[in-house]
Design a binder for this molecule. Structure first.
Ligand code: NAD
Length: 481
């Protein structure tokens, strides 16, 4: 059985206490490898390596850091098929999605920040000839980067790339449910010439490995993507020493559909926004709101489309949805389905475990599920499910849809579908979320702010905002007279 190892100071090393966790395949439920159950000692070794590497890496010219990060991107591209297969086996996402979305984006993250640091300009001001101010931008130190299981390499590289580009060194703690591509990244970093200790990867559970990383006084910056409950814990753990903190957390995103849409045209996009990656994208639209004039027709057409979506082997190109990532998540999603039924929800598509042949019968599969007639106070509408379970409700006026969408502890994103652009502007302005898509979904420009309001997070990343987060600015004021 394959045993993954930690990547510390440029070398693969076994966990010091010699303990391992089992990784089960979401497709079959069988064990596929073991990963280190890292403890505090492993995290300390990684932090020490990152501290030792900091002086040289941060002193390197931006052009040299940029060159190295571009090489990382090139190697990800070269090994994209192998990485995509590893990601698909770990998460249960389709191989096609891993090839089309995850790996190109992982490479782009490195390329984007390799380029961004070459173009960064700083402010200087003239105080009427009496004094001038200029700004120095400097790395923060050792960054602790903690990522979830749904888009493993995509989200981890969204942290590693800007952190390294800005001259920090890092210790990463990827999800214990999906560690394989982070493990393979070590080889890529070495081949690209990333110096020893600049990027360290410690595998294992959130507690102890992640929580110790957050608390260590030698780590002044934490970037975390994951669930809101974990984010709250991290906020407390990071308080002593007042660490820099970025939290990208959960969502319960509304998909608002106005009566003027071309129903047949948008159905595939709405189904994709609901169920891509098994509905395990923080930005998936899990709460569909349709204007009442077209509600029944929309429900009928969407249910028909969803019933035809292929669920099965993620390696099969015909498959749209693979299994849910883990038994824990599977049980949570099935539990939410039971609550929906108890609360009076009417299932109009899915809601059943598909019968799949052979080894697939042991996997964590669920048909994509659409539920009607659940009130907004049902727990289903107030809690993030993070799986292929979506509700659909009607509204009369746009302001009612906005009220419904905003009546949520979360504030990550929403999408609005209409031909009336004036109406779209008004709804977009009224929604209390970090991103609003109009007649599109998941279209990402890496230059724009990304993040959530309310329980969906703290801070924004993307473009200059990521560079701001991974650096400290210093103002120097010089008296001229
Ligand atoms: P999670 O919070 O359970 O785990 C995320 C990471 O935190 C993992 O690496 C885990 O090991 C670690 N962790 C757990 N407890 C910890 C602790 N006490 N201290 C430090 N680290 C700890 O989340 P998950 O189940 O892996 O991911 C799903 C969640 O992530 C969903 O809520 C989803 O919405 C969210 N998410 C958000 C975004 C975003 O950009 N806003 C993107 C993707 C996923």
């Amino acid at each position: 059985m394959e045993k993954l190892r930690n990547f510390i100071n440029g070398e693969y090393v076994a966990p010091i206490e010699g303990k391992y966790l089992d990784k089960l395949s979401p497709v079959t439920g069988k064990k596929i490898y073991e990963l280190p159950a890292s403890t505090e000692i492993d995290v300390v070794k990684a932090i020490q390596a990152a501290q030792n590497a900091f002086e040289d890496w941060s002193a390197l010219k931006a052009a040299e850091r940029s060159r190295i990060l571009n090489r990382v991107a090139d190697i990800i591209d070269r090994r994209a098929d192998e990485l995509a297969e590893a990601e698909s086996r770990d998460v249960g996402k389709t191989l096609e999605l891993a090839k089309k979305l995850d790996m190109p984006r992982a490479a782009l993250n490195f390329r984007f920040f390799a380029s961004a640091i070459m173009h960064k300009q700083e402010m200087a001001t003239d105080m009427d000839g009496e004094a001038i101010n200029y700004v120095l931008r400097q790395p923060v130190g050792v960054a602790g980067l903690i990522s979830p299981w749904n888009l493993p390499l995509y989200l981890l590289s969204w942290k590693i790339a800007p952190a390294l580009a800005c001259g920090n060194t890092v210790v990463c703690k990827p999800s214990e449910f999906t560690s394989k591509t982070a493990f393979l990244l070590g080889e890529i970093l070495n081949e690209a010439g990333v110096p020893k200790g600049v990027c360290n990867i410690v595998l294992g559970q959130g507690d102890p490995a992640g929580s110790y990383l957050v608390q260590h006084p030698g780590v002044p910056l934490i970037s975390f993507t994951g669930g809101t409950a974990t984010g709250e814990k991290i906020q407390k753990l990071a308080a002593p020493g007042v660490k820099k903190l970025s939290l990208e957390l959960g969502g319960k995103n509304a998909t608002i559909i106005m009566k003027d849409v071309d129903i047949a045209k948008i159905i595939p996009s709405i189904a994709r926004a609901s169920f891509l990656n098994q509905g395990e994208i923080c930005l998936c639209g899990s709460k569909i709101l349709v204007q009442d004039d077209i509600y029944e027709e929309f429900c009928t057409q969407l249910a028909k489309y969803v019933d035809n979506m292929v669920v099965g082997d993620p390696m099969d190109p015909k498959t749209f949805m693979g299994p849910i990532v883990s038994k824990t998540q599977y049980d949570k999603v099935l539990g939410m389905l039971e609550i929906a039924k108890k609360d009076g929800g009417k299932i109009i598509a899915g809601g059943v475990v598909p019968e799949l042949p052979g080894e697939l019968s042991g996997g964590y599969f669920l048909r994509p599920t659409l539920i009607k007639e659940l009130t907004n106070c049902s727990e289903i509408h107030q809690t993030e499910i993070f799986g292929p379970v979506v509700t659909i409700n009607s509204f009369k006026y746009a302001h009612e849809a906005v009220k419904w969408a905003n009546n949520s502890p979360y504030g990550l994103s929403a999408s609005v579908w209409t031909k009336n652009l004036n109406q779209a502007h008004k709804i977009a302005a009224d929604l209390r979320v970090g991103t609003v898509w109009v007649n599109t979904w998941l279209q990402r420009d890496l230059r724009v702010p990304f993040g959530g309001s309310k329980a969906s997070g703290l801070g924004r990343e993307g473009g200059d905002l990521s560079i701001d987060f991974y650096t400290e600015t210093k103002t120097v004021c010089i008296q001229l007279k």
